[in-house]
Design a binder for this molecule. Structure first.
Ligand code: TYD
Ligand code: MG
Length: 459
C-alpha cells in the first residue's frame, strides 16, 4: 500500500525533518522528534496564492439566544455506577477515554457494559487488539455472558477497524486498547505518541461523522504522561480514570473531564468472581475495621462528586534521621510538606527530624484541600501515640496562616457521618450547622491550634 508522506516534528522548536533522528537538526534538542502525517500542500487558489482569509467569503453568525438548545441523545448502559460518571449514559457520537493501570478492570467493565447495551437493543462492537477472540470469550463466560450477542473484532490496524465500524454500524464501539492500534500511514510502532494520537484522531472523527459512540481504552504507563492516554485528553469528550489498588476489591471510576456531565463524579465498584458490581452506597467502604481506636488514624468526610464518602486517613510518624522521608499514598506529597510546616509553625507540633508517612485507605485518591485537618490530626495522633476518640471525624482546609477554612457542602458531610454512627466532629467554624445534628457532637474551630486543643480535651 502506498504510504502518505510523514514528517518528524520537533516538540521544542517545531522544526521538521523527513526521517527520525535522535537529535533535532534545527535546535539540537534530544529525543523531541515525533512522527506525524505531512500536511497536504496548502491549497492554492487561481491567483497562485495560498488561501488567505481575505479571499474567503465571510460566514453568517448567529446570536447565542437564537440557537436552539438541544439536549444530547444518551443511552443508559444499565450499569448505574457507570452511567453516573458518564452523566446519565453514553452519548451518541461521543468519545470516551477510559484510562487506568493494567489489570484494574477496564476490559471487564466495558464488556459488561456492552452486553447490557446489547440487551437494551443497541448494536455493539468490541474491538480487541490485546487479546484474541478466544480470550475475550473466556472472560465473557467468567462474567456469565455466554449468550452475549456483542460483536467482536480482533484487529489492530486502524484502517480495517474504521471500515468495519462503517459496515457494522454499531451504536457503541469499544477499542481495547488504543495503544495496540496502528495506522499503516505512519512508520512508528504501535503505542508511540504519534500512532496513539493519529489513531485516536481518526476514531474521534469517525465517531462524530457516523454518530457511533466510541470508548477508547488507554493504559496508563508508569511514566504516565508520554505515550499514555494523557495525550488524548483534550481530543475526547469524556475522560474516565480507574482508581483503586489492584489488591483491594474496590475500584473507583472517576470522570476527569466530561462535556456531557459533571466532573469528579465517581462510580464505585467491587471486583467479584463474576466481574465488577456497582456499590450503590459506598460511603463507608474506605474505613478499616479497628475494634478500638488506634493512634495515627483519623476519619475524613470527603466529597466525591455529589456523594460524601468517609475515608480513613492513616499517618505514621517515626524516628527518621538526618534526611527524614515524607511519603504519601493517595494524597498530594507537596501538600503534606506544607501541612507539616503549618503544624510546626502554628500548633508547635514538630516532626522535622522524623519520617512521616500518610495513606488514604483503600487506594482512593483525595485531592480536595478539605482533607487537611484530618491529615494533620492523624499525624499529631501518631506522633503523640494517642488515638483520637471513638466515632471521630474531621474535615476542613488549613491555610498557611493556620486558619481553618470551610469545606463545600459541610451539612451533607455531617449528616452522612451521623448516619453512619459517628459521634464527634471537628470542623471549620463556617461549616457549623445552625441546628444541631442528632447524635453528633460538633466542635467548630477557626484555627489549627484550636483544633489541637479541642482534640486534647476530648482525649
Ligand atoms: P481486566 O478487565 O482484564 O483489566 P484491564 O483491562 O484493565 O487490564 O481485569 C483483570 C483483573 O480482574 C484480573 O486480575 C482478574 C480480575 N477479574 C476478576 O476478579 N473477576 C472477573 O470476573 C474478571 C473477568 C476479572
Ligand atoms: Mg484489558
Amino acid at each position: 500500500m502506498s504510504r502518505d508522506k510523514t514528517l518528524f516534528t520537533c516538540a521544542e522548536c517545531g522544526g521538521t525533518t523527513p526521517k527520525w533522528l535522535g537529535q533535532c537538526p534545527h535546535c539540537r534538542a534530544w529525543n523531541t522528534l515525533t512522527e506525524a502525517l505531512a500536511e497536504p500542500a496548502a491549497a492554492r487558489n487561481r491567483y497562485g496564492q495560498g488561501t488567505s482569509h481575505a479571499l474567503n467569503a465571510a460566514q453568517p453568525v448567529t446570536p447565542l439566544s437564537a440557537i436552539e438548545a438541544s439536549d444530547v441523545a444518551r443511552a443508559a448502559s444499565g450499569i448505574d455506577e457507570l452511567d453516573r460518571v458518564l452523566g446519565g449514559g453514553i452519548v451518541e457520537g461521543g468519545v470516551v477515554l477510559m484510562g487506568g493501570d493494567p489489570g484494574i478492570g477496564k476490559s471487564t467493565l466495558l464488556l459488561q457494559a456492552l452486553d447490557a447495551l446489547q440487551h437494551a437493543g443497541l448494536p455493539t462492537l468490541y474491538v480487541t487488539g490485546e487479546e484474541s477472540g478466544a480470550q475475550v470469550a473466556l472472560r465473557s463466560r467468567r462474567l456469565g455472558l455466554e449468550h452475549s450477542q456483542v460483536q467482536v473484532l480482533a484487529e489492530t490496524q486502524l484502517e480495517k477497524i474504521l471500515a468495519t465500524v462503517e459496515a457494522v454500524q454499531p451504536a457503541v464501539a469499544v477499542i481495547d486498547s488504543i495503544q495496540t492500534i496502528y495506522s499503516d500511514q505512519l512508520a512508528s510502532a504501535p503505542g508511540s505518541v504519534a500512532q496513539v494520537r493519529e489513531c485516536a484522531a481518526h476514531l474521534t472523527r469517525a465517531a462524530k461523522s457516523t454518530g457511533v459512540a466510541m470508548v477508547l481504552v488507554g493504559h496508563v504507563t508508569k511514566e504516565g504522561a508520554l505515550a499514555g492516554p494523557r495525550v488524548l485528553e483534550h481530543m475526547v469528550d469524556t475522560v474516565l480514570y480507574f482508581e483503586g489498588d489492584t489488591h483491594s476489591n474496590f475500584r473507583l471510576v472517576r470522570a476527569i473531564k466530561n462535556r456531557f456531565g459533571a466532573v469528579n463524579e465517581i462510580g464505585v465498584f467491587a471486583m467479584t468472581e463474576r466481574g465488577l458490581r456497582g456499590v450503590s452506597n459506598p460511603s463507608a467502604i474506605f474505613l478499616s475495621q479497628h475494634s478500638e481506636p488506634v493512634p495515627g488514624s483519623c476519619v475524613l468526610v470527603t466529597l466525591e462528586g455529589t456523594r460524601p464518602l468517609l475515608v480513613e486517613i492513616q499517618a505514621l510518624v517515626d524516628g527518621g534521621g538526618p534526611s527524614p522521608r515524607r511519603l504519601s499514598v493517595g494524597l498530594e506529597r507537596d501538600r503534606l510538606a506544607m501541612l507539616l510546616a503549618v503544624l510546626h509553625r502554628h500548633a508547635g507540633v514538630a516532626c522535622a527530624d522524623q519520617d512521616v508517612f500518610v495513606n488514604a485507605v483503600g487506594g482512593v485518591r483525595i485531592s480536595e484541600p478539605a482533607a487537611d485537618l484530618a491529615v494533620m490530626l492523624a499525624i499529631t495522633s501518631s506522633l503523640r501515640s494517642r488515638a483520637l476518640p471513638k466515632g471521630f471525624i474531621a474535615f476542613g482546609e488549613v491555610g498557611l496562616a493556620g486558619e481553618v477554612r470551610p469545606a463545600p457542602r459541610g451539612q451533607e458531610r455531617l449528616r452522612e457521618a451521623a448516619k453512619l454512627g459517628f459521634t464527634v466532629a471537628v470542623i471549620p467554624k463556617a461549616n457549623a450547622p445552625r441546628q444541631p445534628i442528632e447524635g453528633l457532637e460538633i466542635h467548630a474551630v477557626e484555627r489549627i491550634e484550636e483544633a489541637m486543643s479541642v482534640v486534647r480535651g476530648l482525649g
